[in-house]
Design a protein around this ligand. Structure first.
Ligand SMILES: Cc1cc2nc3c(=O)[nH]c(=O)nc-3n(C[C@H](O)[C@H](O)[C@H](O)COP(=O)(O)OP(=O)(O)OC[C@H]3O[C@@H](n4cnc5c(N)ncnc54)[C@H](O)[C@@H]3O)c2cc1C
Length: 441
């Protein structure tokens, strides 16, 4: 059964998120972007409005909503400000390793605090010298009695400057690569945790991005989210569930760019008529709309798979790749429709362009998504079509004629089909010998 309609509850959530985005996020987005500051008060309002931490399971007192709901909500927030949406969503990213881990005791201790006490949790895999190559991390975890001691630096950590907790990935031995990776829940006020200065960024300036340094930070074994050797898989499973939401960021931002373009094109006049009258502009808007719709479908499909406990890894990569790449294309075309004004800070598209540029980088770059998709297609995908060398491709004899085509041989090199009991001694087209021919009928 295939059903593309949202449930009444999902429509209500969409409406609630939309109202919040329009009333609380949109009016402050440009000011805080200009100030290069994170509007913590709005983060708090999002928490109070129940649009943060949607994914905390009911067993721990949460709403227990799925990724489809997260995608619906995130589209609305990102439509108003991708940067602030990143910070609001970051709790779900930071929490995902805890939700996926086998450490039920840690879930019982931390999830109620995140839910009830407005505790913020960030996600820390990347380092100054490593982002895509997760197995190449250097942050060291050394076993010491009932604890592990953490030493190293995590870089690019969204909300790192405001979070109470961090899901930190580390290695017991960098030489072990994947087999050495482990993960811990670290409280950021523990001795030895230091927070770097906010990193000055091109866009998403309403979100906080810092380094976290760990100097002999003692982490009790009770806070292990993944023991050594299991951390890499935990990180990848986390991305499988968070990448669809990055696709939703793209959908929201692209949708706004399309809507702003439509409005502008209907009002701006050139050559005596609104520019929306020119087919060149209409086609741009048509493409924008088509890309928003397609990206949303891919995003919801990946989110739905995750909610159905179907491994979402592949479709999460497709949703992330497509949603974020088309977001950049759509916003860029929007800027073109705005002409010179698009290039100014007095109109909204310039900020959107800076904000969406990040989407192709974090949570796995576009190149990394292509590596994942290529890996699947090259090694696991099962083609429906026969191999080329088995393809009859009759052009000179009619397969529907009485008696069919008789015996046919196909040259594996140039594709020539020869009819007769035996293959020819050589191919008349490419001159390859008889051995190049394969019987196809
Ligand atoms: C604003 C911001 C917020 C972020 N938030 C977080 C966060 O909260 N937590 C966190 O852990 N990280 C976070 N990140 C880090 C982010 O996930 C990384 O920047 C990203 O994964 C890329 O890693 P890198 O920057 O080290 O680039 P690199 O891995 O050094 O890659 C550099 C270039 O090489 C390409 N490349 C690398 N490997 C391959 C390959 N095998 N094939 C083809 N091309 C390849 C990349 O695609 C890229 O174009 C954030 C980053 C930014 C900028």
């Amino acid at each position: 059964m295939l059903d593309f309609t949202l449930t009444p509850e999902q429509v209500a959530l969409q409406q609630r998120a939309r109202e919040f985005a329009l009333a609380e996020v949109l009016p402050i987005a440009w000011y805080y972007d200009e100030a290069n500051d994170m509007p913590l008060a709005v983060l708090r309002k999002a928490y109070d409005a129940g649009i943060m931490n949607l994914d905390i399971p009911k067993a721990y007192g949460g709403q227990g909503l799925g990724l489809v709901e997260a995608a619906i909500l995130t589209e609305e927030l990102a439509a108003a400000c991708p940067g602030l949406a990143t910070s609001i969503f970051d709790n779900s990213l930071g929490m995902e390793p805890l939700l996926l881990s086998k450490n039920e005791d840690a879930r019982k201790r931390y999830l109620p605090q995140i839910l009830n006490d407005y505790k913020k949790i960030c996600f820390a895999t990347s380092e100054p010298t490593m982002g895509s190559d997760v197995a190449g991390m250097r942050c060291r975890a050394t076993e010491d009695g009932d604890d592990y001691i953490l030493n190293g630096t995590k870089y690019w950590i969204t909300n790192g400057g405001v979070a109470d907790y961090a899901s930190v990935f580390a290695t017991v031995d960098p030489k072990k690569q994947h087999d050495g990776i482990c993960a811990f829940l670290v409280e950021t006020d523990w001795p030895g945790v230091r927070v770097g200065r906010p990193i000055p960024k091109m866009g998403q300036r309403c979100s906080n991005t810092v380094a976290l340094k760990f100097e002999d930070v003692r982490v009790p074994k009770a806070n292990i989210l993944a023991p050594p050797g299991k951390g890499f898989v935990l990180a990848m499973k986390t991305f499988g569930r968070t990448r669809p939401i990055i696709g939703a960021f793209g959908v929201g931002a692209a949708r706004s760019a399309m809507e702003f373009s439509l409005d502008y094109a209907q009002k701006r006049k050139a050559f005596g008529m609104p520019i929306s009258g020119f087919q060149a502009i209409q086609f741009k808007i048509a493409e924008m709309y088509q890309k928003v719709e397609t990206a949303r479908l891919l995003t919801l499909k990946a989110a739905w798979e995750a909610d159905q406990n179907i491994d979402p890894t592949l479709d999460a990569s497709i949703a992330k790749l497509y949603g974020t790449e088309v977001a950049l294309e759509v916003v860029n075309e929007a800027l073109q429709i705005f002409g010179g004004y698009g290039y100014t800070k007095m109109f909204p598209v310039e900020k959107l362009l800076r904000d969406v540029r990040l989407l192709r980088i974090y949570e796995g770059t576009s190149e990394v998504q292509r590596v994942i998709i290529a890996g699947y297609v090259m090694s696991q995908y099962q083609p429906v079509m026969p191999p080329l060398e088995d393809l009859p491709l009759h052009r000179e004899a009619d397969p529907l004629a009485d008696g069919g085509t008789g015996t046919a041989w196909r040259c594996r090199i140039c594709g020539h089909v020869h009819y007769g009991d035996d293959a020819p001694e050589e191919c008349p087209y490419c001159f390859f010998p008889q051995s190049a021919f394969k019987k196809v009928s």
